[in-house]
Design a protein around this ligand. Structure first.
Ligand SMILES: Cc1ncc(COP(=O)(O)O)c(C=O)c1O
Length: 432
């Protein structure tokens, strides 16, 4: 496991000892130092092989170091990549995304998910001339100031929108309107009261940042209809749900098309790349054609574009998802049976390549309130027990909803079967 002195050294030179806050594993109180990954495996500093259920926070959808992505990267490096250079490969990737993603008529590449959710909101504010937006409690849209509000702080409790970071202008709270996921009445009431001031409704169409909370039947269509009725945009943040259960992501799977969509993570199988895609007339408001600012030295970096072309050639095939979805459903059922047999109250919810485990819960998790009931003490004991036996689950916080976990196209039934044996053992020793 982690060499003690690496973290000791890190704390003297890296802020908080890490390069991203969520790499400090909240249950272990240290990062898991990784040397490399191969398929479904990661290897830690001491050479221990771990079956990876985090998959680069969901980015390595094909598994780590996928041979076709590896080859594409080597070729791109050998050609002498030029950052800030536009290439034909950008056009090839955009053409493929326009075929794959129902809402994609135009594409703009960027580097991170945070960047494209911010640009999506900027575009929505520009085309509607409104400032406010509606988000769902606990949905994660990156770390831009506008989105860092919660109706109910997940760490403390409070009645009004509250910043979940230091340094956020208090006035920004007035722009965020927040309701609980899948709560039709709360949503309806909010739109009746504030709909005409709202520039955009933004959501994770499958709320994976709380494990896996799918939309109730008809809920996404309700958002679509309400956005149309009130003259605002519908933005699907598919940074995590994109390419997860269908080639065109959640909008393809559920048959509801937003105006704008944000993509990242699986797009380039772990290389830094994001995309904002959407309706042509809205997207053409982006500079240079329109007045809405967006550009970046590293936007659509040629190495990331090469990785994304290789990844999406694979992810554009329906067959990939037939296989993935079958394996995933089988695994989630087996997981549920394993916890049930161990008499441990854990609710398993999964869709496509990502799932959530809700500790000390038997009922369905549907709303933001449901997701927040996760028992983090039990969750932590489970994660530590699994890690001791070669299985890696990440966690993102110690209160509120649980973190998200996943499988990739590289995880085989045999490996998952072995993992179930370990999970049976660990679960059998835990007490709710
Ligand atoms: C749904 C969603 N949106 C946005 C982001 C932010 O993406 P990034 O970490 O690339 O800035 C994330 C990251 O986890 C995410 O899950």
């Amino acid at each position: 496991m982690a060499k003690q002195n690496t973290f000791t050294r890190a704390k003297k030179v890296l802020a908080g000892g890490v390069s991203a806050s969520m790499r400090l594993h909240p249950y272990l109180d240290r990062p898991v130092y990784v040397t490399h990954g191969e398929g479904p495996w990661i290897y830690d500093q001491s050479g221990t092989q771990l079956l990876d259920f985090n998959n680069s926070n969901g980015a390595s959808m094909l598994g780590h170091n996928h041979p076709e992505v590896h080859e594409a990267l080597l070729t791109a490096i050998s050609e002498g990549p030029v950052a800030a250079g536009e290439t034909e490969a950008h056009v090839e990737l955009a053409e493929r995304l326009c075929k794959m993603i129902p809402s994609a008529e135009r594409v703009r590449f960027a580097s991170t998910g945070t960047e494209v959710t911010s640009v999506a909101l900027r575009l929505a504010r520009h085309v509607t001339g409104r400032d406010k937006f509606l988000k769902f409690s606990g949905h994660f849209h990156g770390l831009a100031d506008a989105f860092l509000f919660e109706e109910r702080d997940v760490f403390h409790s409070s009645a009004k929108p509250i910043a979940v970071s230091g340094g956020i202008p208090t006035s920004y709270a007035y722009d965020a309107r927040i309701v609980s996921w899948n709560d039709r009445d709360a949503f309806y009431e909010m739109m009746e009261t504030h709909g005409r001031e709202i520039a955009a409704i933004i959501c994770e169409p499958v709320w994976y940042n709380a494990g896996c909370v799918p939309p109730d039947e008809g809920f996404l269509q309700l958002l679509r209809d309400s956005a149309d009725e009130h003259g605002c945009l519908l933005i699907f943040d598919e940074v995590l749900s994109g390419f997860r259960m269908a080639p065109g992501g959640a909008q393809d799977y559920f048959g509801v098309t937003p105006d704008l969509t944000t993509l990242a993570k699986a797009l380039a199988n772990g290389m830094p790349l994001s995309a904002l895609v959407g309706k042509g007339e809205i997207m053409e408001e982006l500079a240079p054609g329109g007045p809405v600012a967006h550009s970046g030295t590293y936007s659509g970096h040629p190495l990331s574009i090469a990785a994304a072309n290789a990844s999406t050639r694979i992810l554009s095939k329906k067959k990939a998802y037939n296989d993935l979805n079958k394996t995933a459903s089988w695994f989630y059922e087996q997981l549920q049976e394993t916890f049930d047999a161990a008499n441990l109250p854990v609710r398993v919810q999964g869709l496509g390549g990502r799932f959530g485990l809700y500790f000390n819960r038997e009922a369905d998790v549907r709303t933001s309130e449901d997701a927040a009931t996760n028992d983090h003490r039990l969750n932590a004991e489970f994660v530590k027990g699994c890690l001791d036996q070669g299985i890696y689950f990440h966690a993102y916080r110690t209160a509120g909803p649980p973190g998200h976990s996943g499988i990739t196209l590289a995880h085989t039934r045999e490996q998952l079967g072995d993992a179930l044996t370990v999970i049976r053992d660990v679960a059998g020793k835990l007490k709710a």
